[in-house]
Design a protein around this ligand. Structure first.
Ligand code: HXC
Length: 513
């Protein structure tokens, strides 16, 4: 037996070395960790159980049959994070650049199947040059097997992707189907085709960083939800993200212990500036409402006119969607609608109650928005809020104008509790716009058009720029003092914790994509 155990140990030692010490050193020189080092940081100490460590590729072309690395470029298995089960794969760039062979794909599929059967998240640490070129169509087939599982698992178990190296081709489409993507600045890239192909096809000169670096995807494309300065911070970010999320669609995120105390937040009474057109940072309101230091913002640098993220409220995990008056006055546009809709749908998949904080002057007008489809894209957010069956609570803290009032989780589309602060303005359009449309003739025929405009604006504002018409109709359940918001919300989320709503029987809805 001793001899056989020695044989096993030799094989495992070889597998642990991946593509060899020289390539491991190269990886370190680039400021990157190895696949195993990353898992060591991600999982609770000693919890990792590896699966498929001795799998070998079946490629026979271009001489790769002479290059066998046990494990075949991906470390797969399961372990725990803060005591909760997760399934993981971590691609090993030292083996054929982490490229995906038939067997590499089979290993990933195996842990995805286990995760689905056992109801726990899958976390993929991606560091891969895409399909293994020497294997041809079998590696394409391997990718499609993964994409299919990503899709079927969507909404059943949380799927989270970290991009930790240059990821090309198929290596970006699987993350794209998952729920959240995190990237590491300067060492990770995502593109369908790299700068060389871009140069050949479009004659554009672009670096990897410009084309598909963390900043490009965080700010321009919106492909990544989170970016971090280095791999250690990225892995810590993934762990924090998971703390807000349940294991699967049939569970709730565990509540943290919470002792009710004085929840009055006096600061909320003076955050809104006296001038209703003055910007302020909605995050100040979020920080006062949420449990201390619990707001975890996602998609922070994309469509900054809406803020989305997770927080704890009375120990409970919630999702927050809030207009951001500090950027574009908090207007809804194409990108903010897409960003909000995606987040709402994630929360709804995984039983995370939603808090909507409204300060929105309306939809952004103009040809750019119309021609790029603000109608279809704005409808995404409307659809997502309407379809969501989790507890949904809204607070209007200042403006709620026009269609954006409807969209931002209004009572009419299924919100469970709708609060407004006393300064809230709820109307079809602002006073100036209204006056210019409905009193146009009176203004133009007046001997003093400016005085007439002011008079009708004041009259419109007095009639409509407050929450009491909506409250009189029951569209607002309660007008509350800002300082009482936290108390009200903790109670309302408690009141709705057993909410059970089911949608009519259907195959699936048809969200305007
Ligand atoms: C096989 C690969 C590989 C691949 C890299 N390698 N990509 N081997 N198949 N796809 C190998 C290299 O030969 C090299 O081997 C080692 O990995 C490291 O690669 P380098 O090029 O030296 O590293 P770097 O300079 O950091 O560049 C990384 C890279 C680049 C940007 C990922 O390697 C690259 O562009 N690779 C090809 C990308 C690609 O076209 N993939 C196919 C996409 S199509 P040695 O032996 O020297 O260490 C696809 C189809 C699916 O994925 C589409 C589904 C929708």
């Amino acid at each position: 037996m001793d001899k056989q155990i020695e044989v096993l140990k030799t094989k495992l030692a070889q597998a642990n070395l991946g593509g060899g010490q020289k390539r491991i050193d190269d990886q370190h020189m680039k400021g990157k960790l190895t696949a195993r080092e990353r898992l060591g940081l991600l999982l609770d100490e000693g919890s990792f159980e590896e699966i498929g460590q001795l799998v070998e590729h079946r490629g026979r072309d271009f001489g790769i049959d002479k290059e066998i690395y046990p494990g075949d470029g991906v470390v797969t298995g399961y372990g725990t994070i803060h005591g909760r089960m997760v399934y993981v794969f971590s691609q090993d760039f030292t083996v054929f650049g982490g490229s995906l062979s038939e067997t590499h794909a089979e290993k990933i599929c195996k842990i995805m199947d286990l995760a689905m059967k056992n109801g726990a998240p899958v976390i993929g640490l991606n560091d891969s040059g895409g399909a293994r070129i020497q294997e041809g169509v079998v590696s394409l087939g391997g990718y499609a097997d993964i994409f299919y599982r990503n899709t079927i698992a969507s909404g059943v178990i949380p799927q989270i992707s970290a991009i930790m190296g240059p990821c090309a081709g198929g290596a970006v489409y699987s993350p794209a189907i998952t729920d959240f993507i995190a990237m590491v600045e300067q060492t990770s890239y995502m593109f369908v085709t790299g700068p060389n192909v871009v140069k050949t096809v479009t004659h554009e000169d672009v670096t990897s960083e410009e084309l598909g670096g963390a900043t490009a995807h965080a700010t321009k494309s919106g492909v990544t939800h989170l970016t971090y300065a280095n791999e250690v911070e990225c892995i810590n970010g993934l762990k924090r993200l998971l703390s807000y999320v349940p294991q699967n669609c049939d569970e709730l995120t565990p509540c943290l212990p919470y002792t009710p105390g004085d929840e009055t937040r006096k600061a909320l009474d003076s955050i809104i500036p006296p001038n209703p057109n003055q910007p302020y940072d909605i995050r100040e309101i979020i920080a006062e409402i949420a449990d201390t230091d619990t707001f975890f913002e996602v998609h922070k640098d994309y469509a900054e006119n809406i803020v989305v993220g997770f927080a704890r409220l009375g120990g409970r995990s919630i999702g927050i969607v809030a207009n951001q008056p500090a950027v574009l006055a908090g207007v809804l546009d194409i990108n903010s609608s897409k960003k909000g809709a995606r987040f709402v749908r994630f929360c709804d998949c995984f039983n995370i109650p939603l808090l909507t904080i409204v300060d929105v002057p309306g939809f952004l007008p103009g040809t750019d928005q119309e021609w790029h489809g603000i109608i279809t894209n704005g409808a995404k957010l409307l659809y997502a809020f309407s379809e969501a069956t989790v507890p949904k609570i809204t607070v209007i803290v200042r403006k709620a104008y026009g269609g954006a009032y409807d969209v931002m989780n209004s009572k009419h589309i299924g919100a469970d509790m709708n609060y407004a602060w006393p300064n809230a303005e709820i109307a079809v359009v602002g006073a100036k716009g209204a006056a210019e449309i409905i009193f146009r003739k009176e203004i133009s025929s007046s001997p003093d058009p400016n005085a007439k405009l002011k008079e009708v604006m004041d009259s419109y504002a007095e009639n409509f720029a407050h929450p009491y018409k909506a409250a009189a109709r029951g569209f607002i359940d309660e007008v509350i003092e800002p300082s009482q918001t936290r108390t009200k919300l903790i109670r309302a989320f408690k009141m709705t914790e057993n909410k059970a709503v089911s949608l009519p029987r259907k195959k699936h809805g048809n969200i305007p994509l």
